[in-house]
Write a protein that binds this ligand. Structure first.
Ligand code: RFL
Ligand code: PHB
Length: 409
């Protein structure tokens, strides 16, 4: 058995864990990262693609954006299609901020290549990962790798191990509120070797269901299609997916659309979860380990990196300057941002996805809401603020009424 000692043990080498340990190392705080998959798997996992301005700023500020600056696609806005029309919503015109397209696995590759090679602080292929002693001052992460038992003792543990990880499960159920909502639809997601459907993202709301035409590079498309959660995947042969995408994207019959080879196909259940609080003893939950968003508003990766940045700087403050406040405030600070993003994601999910038993009333109301967004008024400005994530970066400015006494009836 091998025992190591570090300041922060990080569980999970997704974007949150990798970014957290990168920031810690840059500021002189050592950490050890433990991941149960292989490096190749982690680098190849295709997931998010849309980065908010705040995320790009974080990556630039950490010296991680060389390739992102060269290869990332900057989008001033997107198309919103409904009722056979296409409206352009320009977030740059509305609030002065673009969004960026750059694959999550590229962010992961950039984070991995920024690490010093083989310095012994990163373990892939870890088995039987366990978190021990989070209520004491010496928590640890135990695992086996290549048949050897390893124990990493630390001052703190960062649980960055996603929705299915061990971190959240290590917190006693009585100390954690776990909120969840399963939406009644899934997405079928395709990664396709073909030029993007349009130069910007197309969100399309059709009575047959929602479709999204996104992209990864000028040569690779990312396409999504709403399906009922109970609908068997075997009901969706490729031909039907392509036909349905064409109809839902209001594809002009005169236009030929390069279908391209399907490189990967996934089924994404739409769900939302929040674990409250995001800290228990010496364990902090970060990213998908603490919260999942339905992918509609593309918040998961952006909020995960924001969590990692806030926690990194709270830990740096603790180790370098003895600051207690930011670490104690981590959970409350992040939950405010998390619920804000959940609220927007839920609202957008219901707006974009017709349910199976929708009535004409529901349909007309949905069109009225979409029209309001397309009108470039205050609704569109508020929408753009949430879509690019700017609203989460503003400090809260509510004037709370703490006392009900003395209020007029
Ligand atoms: P991750 O990426 O899940 O990483 C967790 C890591 O922990 C490892 N792990 C363990 N390691 C050790 N021991 C254990 N017991 C472990 N259990 C798990 C895992 O192998 C993995 O390496 O979580 P993280 O870092 O918090 O990052 C979150 C993002 O991955 C996620 O929120 C986004 O992908 C969500 N998402 C999107 N977010 C956006 O901001 N913009 C988007 O455009 C966007 N599109 C999407 C998405 C998610 C999607 N899917 C597949 C759910 C589109 C889709 C289709
Ligand atoms: C994606 O490209 O994966 C993507 C883009 C925008 C979204 C959701 C997913 O709103």
């Amino acid at each position: 058995m091998r025992t190591l000692r570090t300041k922060v043990a990080v569980v999970g080498a997704g974007p949150a864990g990798l970014y957290l340990s990168h920031e810690l190392r840059t500021h002189g705080v050592e950490s050890v990262l433990v991941e149960w998959c292989s490096r190749e798997h982690v680098e190849r996992r295709v997931r998010a693609g849309l980065l908010e301005e705040g995320t790009v700023r974080l990556l630039r500020g950490s010296g991680l954006a060389g390739r992102l600056n060269r290869q990332g696609l900057v989008h001033d806005g997107f198309q919103l299609r409904f009722e056979n029309t296409s409206q352009r919503i320009s977030t740059v015109s509305l609030i002065g901020e673009p969004t960026y397209i750059y694959g999550q696995q590229e962010v992961v590759k950039d984070l991995l290549s920024a690490r010093p090679p083989d310095d012994g602080s990163l373990y892939f292929d870890a088995r039987d990962v366990q978190i021990v002693g989070i209520t004491g001052n010496n928590p640890s992460v135990a695992f086996t790798v290549g048949g050897e038992q390893v124990v990493v003792e630390a001052d703190f543990i960062a649980g960055c191990d996603g929705y299915h990880g061990v971190s959240r499960a290590s917190i006693p159920a009585a100390s954690l509120a776990f909120h969840s909502r399963r939406y009644p639809f899934d997405w079928i997601g395709l990664l396709v070797s073909a030029a993007p459907f349009a130069s910007e993202l197309v969100y399309s709301v059709h009575p047959r269901g929602f479709a999204l035409a996104s992209m990864r590079t000028p040569e690779v498309s990312r396409l999504y299609l709403q399906t009922d959660a109970r609908d068997e995947q075997s009901n969706w042969p490729h031909e039907r997916i392509w036909d349905e995408l064409g109809q839902r994207l209001y594809l002009d019959e005169s236009r030929t659309w390069e279908r391209g080879a399907i490189l990967e196909q996934v089924r994404v259940p739409l769900r939302a979860t929040v674990a409250e609080p995001m800290q228990f003893g010496r364990l902090f939950l970060v990213g998908d380990a603490a919260h999942i968003f339905p992918p509609t508003a593309a918040k998961g990766l952006n909020v995960a990196l924001e969590d990692a940045s806030v926690l990194a700087h709270a830990l740096i403050g603790w180790f370098r300057r003895g600051e207690v406040g930011p670490l104690e405030g981590y959970s409350a600070t992040r939950l405010r941002a998390v619920w804000r993003a959940q609220d927007f994601s839920a609202w957008l999910t219901w707006l974009f996805h017709p349910v199976a038993d929708a009535t004409q009333f529901d349909h007309r109301r949905r069109i009225a809401s979409l029209t309001r967004l397309a009108e470039a008024g205050s609704s569109a400005v508020a929408f753009a603020d949430e879509y690019v994530g700017r609203s989460r970066r503003r400090p809260p400015s509510l004037s709370y009424i703490h006392e009900l006494d003395g209020m007029e009836a």
